[in-house]
Design a protein around this ligand. Structure first.
Ligand code: JFZ
Length: 486
């Protein structure tokens, strides 16, 4: 009997501990104390970050010495990304490193660039102050490999920042940790000599980043790159200190997840799975399919117009995206709470190529009519409809249509628990009212309710369009028009 009792207790204890383990796993995040992990759980709540979140559309500019070869050397075509040409076997390093003697962009017109960006509807711009080649577009006093020693001589960054700021566009600085020019730079540390060299490199990086925020005080943040080297990953404490130092110098500064690693070498997300930095910076020519993978974090997507060219390549081969595909990408990002940043690679004279200018104009034309459905919009918490996307701002649910149903009826499916009632539908462009009806399709679908927006018969637009579905103010939810069981 005693034996049976003992066994029973043992079984109960085992079951109990299994249950405890399972619930433990479900309810608590594994959490270890980290010195250089995330500084915060969840999103930033300050005004600067809210401004960032509301931008919607940004412009990336990759400009540097690589614009001179433009993806070719001695008549040979380089198939990689133009800004990487120095790493190509057919590109003699010495030739590349002397290109600065030719950098003289006679047509560089920051006011024209800023105007073009403004017309496209961008709210922020990211400029490559220094790419992997180490060449600085600003006259850094910590190296001679800068714009000051080119035939052009003048600072590029200051007039750019001023011109963009003058039209109300915020500027962010791209800065690469990979630096093929600095004598102390290493991808990994193999011996004592490397370690001494790398010490000087860290001093250099710190000086340059501090120099940038000092010289361009309206800078809103850094877009860091080239931080995947083992040598850099191993500097958790140094980078964390630098991160804090820069933020203290420039309160509100925004830095993504591609700057520092934690003490276990974890990048983007620390050992506990928490986001490092202010937004997830891993969506490179890539857009998430659903909100879940984003884990509630802010994020940006950076995109090229051709396949994978950031710097100027005179010969775009392969697939080149159309403006409407890019607009759809922008909308897809917005529908999932992200910013979309489109890249431009000006040529060695400072001209923005005609293909990019055209895309910029086409996006701008669309934005002029429809940007209300982009700026300041949030994830709607609704399932993506087949005809397009939803974004939301206050009482307005925006229906952004890319695939118009052939019956000209747009079905809006809301979960039964949705407590905002659609009261009015109209085209965003022109405000023309549209038919809106509650539909009971007779299907045994207890979980949803349906509303149909009817487009004018024969309506056949040649571009994506937006419908505003006005929702009743959440304060007056319990009005009598609302059937009791929806
Ligand atoms: C980097 C650079 O090497 C490239 O030249 C360009 O500047 C781009 C914006 O950034 O390239 C990357 C960096 C990260 C990924 C892919 C390309 N990534 O995380 O998939």
């Amino acid at each position: 009997m005693k034996k049976v009792q003992f066994l029973l207790v043992l079984i109960l204890i085992t079951i109990g501990s299994v249950i405890a383990q399972v619930t433990d796993k479900d309810e608590h995040r594994a959490s270890v104390a980290l010195k250089h992990g995330a500084h915060r759980l969840g999103r930033r709540t300050d005004a600067d970050m809210e401004t960032w979140r509301n931008y919607g559309l940004g412009q990336f500019i990759h400009w540097g010495l690589y614009a001179i070869p433009g993806g070719h050397w001695k008549g040979k075509y380089y198939p990689g990304a133009a800004e990487w040409i120095r790493s190509w076997n057919d590109m003699p390093k010495e030739d590349y490193d002397n290109l600065y003697k030719q950098f003289d962009p006679k047509n560089f017109n920051p006011t024209a660039w800023a105007k073009q960006a403004k017309d496209m509807g961008v709210k922020y711009m990211i400029i490559t102050t220094k790419h992997h080649d180490g060449f600085c577009l600003w006259p850094s006093k910590y190296t001679s490999y800068t714009i000051a020693n080119t035939p052009y001589k003048k600072d590029i960054i200051k007039p750019l920042v001023d011109a963009y700021n003058a039209v109300g566009i915020d500027v962010y600085l791209y800065f690469s940790i990979i630096d093929w020019n600095h004598q102390g730079y290493r991808a990994s540390i193999q011996n004592q000599k490397d370690s001494v060299a790398y010490k000087s490199f860290k001093v250099f990086v710190r000086n340059q980043m501090k120099e940038l925020v000092t010289m361009y005080p309206t800078t809103k943040g850094f877009w860091m790159d080239g931080t995947w080297d083992k040598a850099w990953i191993d500097q958790a404490e140094f980078v964390d200190d630098l991160d804090k130092e820069l933020r203290a110098m420039s309160p509100g500064l925004i830095i993504g997840s591609r700057f520092r690693a934690d003490e276990n070498g974890k990048r983007h997300f620390d050992t506990n799975g928490d986001l490092i930095g202010d937004y997830e910076q891993g969506w490179e020519r890539n857009i998430p399919e659903n909100i879940e993978v984003l884990k509630g974090n802010d994020w940006d997507c950076v995109m090229t117009i051709p396949e994978n060219q950031w710097g100027y390549h005179s010969d775009w081969r392969g697939y080149v995206k159309t403006s409407y595909e890019l607009i759809e990408m922008l909308v897809k990002c917005r529908a999932l709470d992200g910013n979309f940043v489109l890249n431009f690679g000006p040529d060695s004279q400072g001209n923005i190529r005609p293909e990019e200018t055209r895309v910029g104009q086409e996006i701008g034309d669309w934005m002029k009519e429809n940007s209300e459905a982009i700026y300041g919009c949030k994830y709607s918490e609704l399932k993506k409809p087949d005809w397009g996307y939803y974004t939301q701002k206050g009482n307005n649910l925006y229906l952004i249509i890319f695939n118009k149903p052939i019956n000209n009826v747009l079905r809006v499916t809301l979960p039964r628990s949705y407590n905002r009632k659609p009261v009015k539908a109209y085209f965003l462009a022109g405000q023309k009212p549209l038919g809106l009806t509650r539909v009971i399709p007779g299907l045994n679908k207890e979980t949803n309710k349906y509303f149909d927006v009817t487009l004018p018969s024969g309506y056949a637009p040649d571009k994506p369009f937006v419908i505003v579905l006005e929702l009743q103010d959440s304060k007056s939810e319990n009005d009598s028009n609302q059937p009791s069981k929806i």
